[in-house]
Design a protein around this ligand. Sequence first.
Ligand code: SF4
Length: 188
Amino acid sequence: MSNESEMNWRRPGGEFENGVVVSRADAVINWVRSHSIWPMPMGLSCCAIELMGSGGSRFDISRFGMEVMRFSPRQSDCMIVAGTVTRKMAPVVRRIYEQMAEPKWVVAMGACATSGGLFRTYSVLQGVDKILPVDVHISGCPPKPEALLDAMLLLQKKIRTERSLSSLFLGRETRDPLRPTGTPEAGA
Ligand code: SF4
């Protein structure tokens, strides 16, 4: 790399000069977080098949560094709710979300997770945003894996605009407007 191109080499919010990177803390934290998303697949019905498809060779979610699907809330930071959320299942979904460490994000995949879909009935939650702070909604019944990839790229963009440093000091309540201050964690 020539000196001139080295001087012009840039990352969002930062500069590289003579071997020294100068940037804002938020830009660095958000850049790292947005490129190391570990999804928690909350597959509840048919949309989960499309979610599984995104991990196959045709769509290959690993191109974006998001293929490390974890089935433990301790090891994941992005819950992808794929499918119909029944009222019976809702407390379980909420509990698993609360067991995930901060920072964490939520993607509602498909019409059912977004709004209850075609199930206008007493037994189905009319949108998972009633119990979780959803960051990205995906329309469709079912949405294709491309739609999920698009949503994950949107989520990356959103993460890059967050004020991560200040939220570290303000506490987790600021990240979850649905949980009243002082509400105990699940299992506490
Ligand atoms: S949105 Fe359609 S495909 Fe997805 S869970 Fe609901 S009914 Fe199934």
